[in-house]
Every structure is written in C-alpha cells, then in structure tokens.
Design a protein around this ligand. Structure first.
Ligand SMILES: C[S@@+](CC[C@H](N)C(=O)[O-])C[C@H]1O[C@@H](n2cnc3c(N)ncnc32)[C@H](O)[C@@H]1O
Length: 525
C-alpha cells in the first residue's frame, strides 16, 4: 500500500507543498478511500458472479473497517455514480495497466474529485488522477451533453435513484431489558445528532420499537450491550408466529446469525431449550456471539446439517416447535441491501442463471420443510423466507401441503390483522403472510403449520403426534422433493413405493385420496 508521504528533510521550495506531512483529516480520508475500495471490489465481484458474499452494509460493518460511516457513504455514493464514472474514465482513456488493476480505488477517487471531497486528496493514486483533473472534468461535461442534461442534479434525477426510507425497528431483548426502559433510553437526547429520536411501540409485534429511518443505531450502547437488537418487523414476526411456550423444546433449524434464535429465547423467558442448528462453520461463530450478547442461556448451538438430524433420535423426541428460516434468494431485502445500486440491477432479474438458482433453493426449502414436519412431537412449524418469489414461498407450501395434511398439520393464520396475505395460487393462501417491498420496504414470507388431531375432510381418524398417515398426495410431495419422480399406475399411485412405506403397510386406499394422474405433480412445479 502506498501511504501518504511523511515529512521530508528536503529544502526545495518547489517540492514543499508535495512533501508536507498530511493532516489528520487527509490521512483519515486516505484510509477511508482504501477501505471503501476494498468493500467496493468485493461487492462488484460478487455482483458480477451473482454470488454476493455479503450486503454492502454487512461488509462495511465488519470489524476490519475502521471508519464505518465514511466508508459506507463513499461506497454508496461511488456506486450511485458508477455508470457516469466508468463512462468518463473509458472515454478519456485515463487508466493504464497499473491503475486499471486498482479500478475500484480509481472509481472512488474519481467520485471524490468530481462529486465529493476533493480537498483531502493525498496519496499516489490520488496524485495520478488529480494530474488528469481537467480531462475528468471535460469527460463529465461531455457525458452531460450526451445525456442531454444541464447539470449533475438533472443527471442523477434521470437515473431515478430513489433512497430507500425504511423505518428503523429495534426489538427489545426482554432477557436483558424491558420495553418501557428502552423506550425511555432511546427517546433521550442524542448527543451525536443533537436531536431526540421519536420512538413508537409497534402496533402488532410485542417488544418492537419503531424509530425514524435515518437513525443510525449501530454504535448505540443498548445495541452494543445486547439490550436491543436491530431487527426488522417482518423478521421479528417469525418467532412470534411460532408462539413457543416457556419450558418447551424448540428447534431453530437454520439458525445463524441467530436473531430469531434469541428472539425465541426471549419469548420463552429463558425457560426450556432451544436447539440452534447451523450448517455453515463460519456462521457458527456469529451465532455463538449473538447468543452470548443476548444472554440467552437456554440455547444449545449445534453445528450440523438440519437435513441429517434424525427425527427419531430421542434427543429430538420432545421438540414441539420448529422455526425453519432456510437459505433463500434474499430478494425481499434487495432494497435494504442496496442492490439497486449494483450494476446487475435491472439487467434482467429473471435470467436463466437466476431461475436455476431459485429452483435449487426451492429444492432445499421443500426438503427442509418436509423434514421439519417429520419430527414426532412437533406441533407448530414456521416456514419463513426473506424472498419475494412465489417459487420459494407459496410454491413450497403448495408442494408440501399434502404431506403436511397427512401428518395432521393445517395451515394457521399468523397475525390475522396483517393485511397482506399469500398469493392466491393455492387453497389456504389467506393463511400465508407476505411483506411487500413497495408497501413495507422489504419482502418477507411467513407460513405457520399447526398440528391438529383431526385432519379436515380427508380424515376420519385422529392422527397422534409421532404417527403418520401416508396419502398418495403426501407420497407424491415427499418423493418429488426428496427423490426422483416414480412412474405411476392408472390410478395415479406410485408403482415403486419406497420399501419402508410398503413395510409400514399404512397406505390407506381411500377413494378420496386418489388424485388424478394429471394433477399429481403439478403443484410442485
Ligand atoms: C436465512 S439464514 C437464517 C437467518 C436466521 N434465522 C436469523 O434470523 O438470524 C439461513 C441459514 O441457514 C443455514 N443453513 C443452510 N443450509 C442449512 C442446513 N442444511 N442445515 C442447517 N443450516 C443451514 C445457512 O448457513 C444460513 O446461516
């Protein structure tokens, strides 16, 4: 890394301005630009490979970034202006091989020279671009002409980049703090911004507080000591929908970073047991940290593949509720993650690679939901995603519903007063809950399965927890999400039933359960 030059002993009058010791502001701006370039490189690489390693926010708020606020602003602003910056650098052929390899740093500095803090520019890369400032400025003037606008303000308006004014929610961690004290503390005069936050209680989710969107609480003492968690409304609804009772055994199937795990612990008032299962080794540390920060003593972190947990293992025989918040496309949080700033935005979201990815995610989601429903004592299962795609939401429920029904589950209605429900593509979609990215500033999906002893019309006999009645529809759903499709006979039944099912001899040949061959698998496509 080329650092700002230290004071030199030379006495040459011409060299003096170049070699003076950089001021604190210049040094801090120098490092902020390097930190921003590092984040920008990760973001742009992830975007071009369609494999984001983290959102802009999560990258900026990682411990390695010192000047978080400055870095975040610089990355966002550079991204907003990136098409213009690239056009100017390309058309003026300013970058040679050496500086091309540091493209992200060049973008950041160009942003600063043309649109930002050109005052504190020290460093070799900065010097290189400052020497070409005239070329950059005339490139900008030509760009404005090409776009048919008079000034930068009009140019930005043309790009129609809207700021996402998502309200800021915090969930009070009742394991450590109480709602009224949090309301009081957060409402106090804030010395940093010399203003009071206006804090409201959420009208639907207990222990959730609402603040203005501009409020930055990352460094607030209550956040740092785990008294409150920065958690959105939709995400906070998932654990509440599960309604775990104090003393229950609960499984959080896909747990890291653990926001919902510790919410479950708070709802259970620290009584009972939560098994927090997580596959990803790196994310286990985050999960452990969240659990520790929240003071959740009844959480057992398990580094394991949820799909390989054996529901018949006595360790899980008392699990009464499962929260399944599996990996998903994250499309519902795209706005919050500032994906609209990325070059790929608007480049055809539904491209082939994306659809392929969604199908793979859906295959996992269906397997995981079928697996969650197979735990013998489970009474309540929440399936949630932060995706807006039907394929990861309603389609998953539709595919698994026959199996769920055969096991004695029904869809129940979490938060009946919430106005936005599931897309009407399956019977019972009114039970499903959706957050809309336009109306609610984020997309989210929650479904709740509750085990009843009588299954509506399809069943004359009660199904006790732990016992399953297998219908042909259920078999279809289970096979199609876990195995290859099997050939069916003219009645629509599988001709090659998996041997354990035959051994169980529990396939009830009730005429109602025979589904038409043509209808059998369409719900899982
Ligand atoms: C959407 S995130 C969960 C967020 C979490 N519920 C929260 O609120 O903080 C999904 C998590 O599931 C994990 N995961 C994916 N496949 C898994 C599997 N087969 N078993 C356990 N965890 C898995 C991912 O590593 C990821 O951490």
């Amino acid at each position: 890394m080329v650092r700002p030059k230290k004071r030199s002993t030379t006495t040459s009058a011409a060299a003096k301005p170049e070699l003076r010791r950089p001021s604190t502001a210049e040094r801090s701006a120098y490092f902020a630009r390097r930190e921003a370039a590092k984040v920008l490189r990760t973001v742009l690489n992830g975007d071009s490979n369609r494999r984001a390693v983290g959102s802009i926010k999560s990258l900026v708020y990682s411990p390695s970034i010192r000047n978080k606020k400055g870095t975040f602003a610089l990355v966002c602003q550079t991204l907003k202006h990136l098409p213009i910056i690239k056009d100017i650098l390309d058309s003026a052929s300013i970058l040679n091989g050496k500086w091309k390899r540091q493209g992200e740093l060049m973008y950041i500095i160009t942003y600063d020279i043309l649109f930002g803090q050109a005052a504190s520019l020290v460093g070799d890369a900065e010097k290189f671009l400052l020497l070409r400032k005239d070329a950059l400025q005339s490139g900008l003037a030509q760009h404005l002409v090409r776009k048919g606008v008079k000034n930068i303000k009009d140019l930005m308006a043309l790009q129609q980049i809207s700021d996402i004014s998502k309200p800021r929610y915090v969930r009070v961690n009742t394991l450590k703090f109480d709602l009224e004290s949090a309301l009081h503390e957060l409402g106090k005069q804030n010395t940093l911004i010399s203003a009071k936050y206006v804090v409201h209680k959420d009208d639907m989710v207990p222990d959730l507080l609402l603040l203005p969107h501009a409020v930055d609480l990352h460094n607030h003492p209550l956040v740092r000591n785990g008294s409150v968690f920065m958690q959105g409304k939709a995400s906070s609804m998932a654990a509440v929908a599960l309604q775990p009772e104090p003393g229950w055994e609960v499984l959080d199937a896909c747990a890291a970073p653990g926001n919902k795990t510790v919410h479950l612990a708070a709802l259970m008032r620290g009584k009972g047991k939560i098994i927090a299962c997580e596959l990803n080794k790196e994310r286990i540390q985050r999960l452990n940290d969240t659990v520790k920060l929240a003071g959740a003593v009844n959480v057992d972190v398990l580094h394991y593949d949820f799909l390989n947990l054996n529901p018949k293992d006595p360790s899980y025989s008392k699990v009464r509720a499962i929260l399944l918040d599996p990996s998903c496309s994250g499309s519902g949080t795209a706005a919050v993650r500032l994906d609209h700033l990325l070059p790929s935005h608007g480049a055809g979201n539904a491209d082939v690679a994306n659809i392929d990815r969604l199908r793979k995610l859906q295959a996992f989601q269906k397997k995981a939901l079928a697996h969650a429903l197979s735990f013998p004592a489970v009474e309540r299962v929440v399936y949630s995603t932060c995706s807006i795609h039907q394929i990861e939401n309603e389609d998953v429920i539709k595919a698994i519903l026959p199996l769920a029904k055969s096991l004695g589950f029904q869809l129940a209605t979490p938060f009946p007063k919430w106005p936005r429900r599931g897309l009407p593509v399956l019977e019972g979609s009114e039970h499903l809950l959706r957050f809309d990215p336009d109306e609610d500033k984020e997309g989210f999906f929650i479904s709740l399965f509750v085990r009843k002893s009588i299954i509506g019309n399809d069943a004359e006999m009660p199904v006790r927890p732990g016992r399953r009645r297998i219908t042909s529809e259920a078999l279809c759903a289970e096979k199609c999400c876990c195995r290859e499709k099997k050939p069916t006979n003219k009645y629509g039944f599988a001709m090659f039933l998996p041997s354990p099912f035959i051994k169980m001899s529990k396939i009830w040949l009730h005429p109602r359960l025979r589904v038409q061959k043509k209808d059998r698998c369409n719900q899982i496509q």
